[in-house]
Design a protein around this ligand. Structure first.
Ligand SMILES: [Mg+2]
Length: 122
């Protein structure tokens, strides 16, 4: 079973999305701050992180930088506002594998998740 971590300062989104992911067979947790995300990946196995870019204090870019620094195998999909093209491009440079615009479409997100995890399923 794949371990997913939702990282978003919107707690309601975290609750809804992680529940949706759990219902379709993933093991999904969530945290609402960048620091909690980093601490989580340091102590637990995370295959894929669904990462919000815009968070107060430390943002999604900070998390992407930190993941690089830690040299983790955590894959990332960024959840970004619709018009945030620069944010999407910048996060790609930092290693994010895909971007989903918010409000997210669950089917679209699931396809992106499967695609990113596909290499590990074989
Ligand atoms: Mg946010």
């Amino acid at each position: 079973m794949f371990n997913l971590l939702v990282v978003d300062d919107d707690k309601k989104l975290c609750e809804v999305l992680s529940e949706e992911l759990n219902e379709i067979g993933y093991n999904a947790d969530y945290v609402t701050t960048a620091d909690d995300a980093i601490n989580f990946v340091k102590s637990k196995i995370v295959d894929l992180m669904l990462l919000d870019l815009k968070m107060p204090d430390k943002d999604g870019f900070y998390v992407l930088h930190k993941l690089k620094e830690l040299d983790t195998n955590v894959k990332t999909i960024v959840l970004t506002a619709f018009a945030d093209v620069n944010g999407a491009m910048e996060s790609a440079k930092l290693g994010a594998l895909d971007f989903i615009s918010k409000p997210y479409d669950l089917d679209e997100l699931i396809i992106a998740i499967r695609k990113v995890l596909q290499a590990d399923e074989q």
